[in-house]
Design a protein around this ligand. Structure first.
Ligand SMILES: Cc1cc2nc3c(=O)[nH]c(=O)nc-3n(C[C@H](O)[C@H](O)[C@H](O)COP(=O)(O)OP(=O)(O)OC[C@H]3O[C@@H](n4cnc5c(N)ncnc54)[C@H](O)[C@@H]3O)c2cc1C
Length: 406
């Protein structure tokens, strides 16, 4: 079957690719999604959905399903390992700013399934598993993706636009020769999942808790049925040392001592980067999500920012497709995607996540005191609390992007 070239091609069926596919499908635009894996990957990655992300996903039924399958987390805390809660923040104060004044704690792969199911239910969705993009070429009025097919062959697919949403190692970004500027942290992050009931041992704990400690920061997040503890590892530690069960147990006991050993159901170690692509667009090809920016997970902004990219870009493509530019030239509107979203990745997500990490790892009494003073100042002033929660929920970043009009 020869596909019509009147379609948008999307590489990657992750949160960014499927969000773009859902928006375009809802606007009646044919989409073909290419996913390298044979099925939707179910690896443990993001677990925090921020309020505006839930607002965006609501029309697809995904927000309510995430709420049903996940945990509603209206509050989060900064804590000291030895002294307990330092400050607690409550998203309820954002009731006039969002339809969802809370975070939802839920594994990101559940969102991918929800969006994929929604696309299938629309009837026309074309999601191709086992199809990996390997390259692309562009003409004046079309873009062609080279796709490795499950039988090992290669096929060319042509569309009007291409969205590269195939994650941090994006082939589209590399084919467009776009530098991925930034750096990689020396330490890797270890995530340990356990069914241990921290909430029983620490009754005032919320579902999202960041522990600042001069020796080693960590955080404790809850997803359905499990707590996840995340620790930075030392650069000189080998993988064998990090995954040594005795050392994992020692890390967990240091975080919170228990009478019996912890049951650990998963452990994941990953490298952490702060990188933003130099451009988000070349002619008819765009990048979005981790393909365009990656950051440390403190604040839960990677997946959320990728979903915000996807909706921003898909809205612009849909407006051009349907001739709804509203006086803006088509090229100007499509360029606005990068103008709105790249500064957010640089000045907001990148700097906020670096600041979050630096605050938690403050290791001198003076630096610890500065962070505690900051928490006391923000949590004691309602206006400062509100502004702070607008930033941590990412609502402020979306408002800042919307103000960029040219
Ligand atoms: C341990 C961990 C915890 C995290 N916690 C959070 C959090 O709490 N909150 C948050 O917002 N973010 C978090 N993140 C980051 C988040 O997981 C990513 O930002 C998010 O997955 C990016 O979504 P994406 O759709 O851009 O890319 P991905 O989720 O990486 O999806 C890309 C898809 O493209 C496919 N693909 C790859 N290559 C090709 C190819 N050549 N052709 C076709 N398909 C291809 C992949 O198989 C994949 O399905 C975390 C990350 C990690 C590792």
């Amino acid at each position: 079957m020869v596909l019509s070239t009147e379609r948008v091609l999307i590489a990657g069926a992750g949160p960014a690719g499927l969000s773009a596919a859902a928006y375009l499908t809802r606007r009646g635009i044919p989409v073909t999604v290419f996913e390298a894996e044979a099925q939707l990957p179910e690896n443990l990655r993001a677990s925090t959905f921020h309020p505006p992300t839930l607002d965006m996903l609501a029309p697809y039924g995904a927000s309510q399903s995430l709420i049903d399958q996940g945990l509603v987390a209206p509050k989060f805390q900064f804590r000291s390992r030895t002294e307990g809660c330092l400050a607690e923040f409550d998203f309820t104060v954002l009731a006039d700013d969002t339809q969802h004044p809370f975070r939802v704690q839920c594994e990101q792969f559940k969102l991918n399934h929800l969006l994929h199911d929604w696309l299938l239910a629309q009837g026309g969705a074309d999601v191709r598993f086992g199809h990996a993009i390997t390259g692309l070429s562009q003409a004046d009025d079309s873009v062609t993706a080279l796709i490795k097919t499950p039988d090992g062959g290669e096929e060319a697919f042509t569309g009007r636009w291409l969205i590269g949403a195939e994650g941090a190692n994006s082939v589209v970004r590399q084919a467009l020769d776009i530098p991925f500027e930034g750096f990689t942290w020396d330490e890797r992050f270890l995530v340990v999942s356990t069914p241990y009931a921290f909430e029983t041992a620490m009754p005032d704990l919320t579902l999202v808790n960041y522990f600042a400690d001069p020796a080693q920061w960590f955080f404790l997040l809850k997803v359905p049925g499990l707590w996840r503890a995340m620790f930075p590892t030392r650069p000189e530690e080998t993988e064998a040392e990090i995954f040594d069960p005795d050392r994992i147990e020692a890390r967990m006991q240091w975080a919170h001592a228990t009478a019996t050993p912890y049951e650990c159901t998963h452990t994941t170690l990953y490298r952490v980067h702060q990188r933003v692509a130099e451009r988000y667009r070349t002619h008819r090809a765009f990048i979005a999500g981790d393909a365009a920016h990656i950051n440390n997970p403190l604040g839960g902004m990677g997946m959320n920012g990728g979903i915000h990219d996807a909706f921003n870009l898909a809205e612009k493509i849909a407006a051009v497709w349907h001739g709804e530019g509203g006086g803006e030239s088509d090229e100007g509107l499509l360029d606005l995607y990068e103008k709105q979203r790249r500064p957010i990745a640089l000045d907001y997500v990148n700097s906020q996540t670096i600041r979050n990490k630096q605050n938690l790892e403050a290791n001198t009494p003076e630096a610890q005191q500065i962070f505690r003073d900051f928490l006391a100042e923000v949590s004691s002033d309602p206006q400062k609390t509100h502004d702070y929660l607008l930033r941590t929920s990412m609502i402020a970043s979306l408002r800042a992007a919307a103000k960029i009009t040219a």
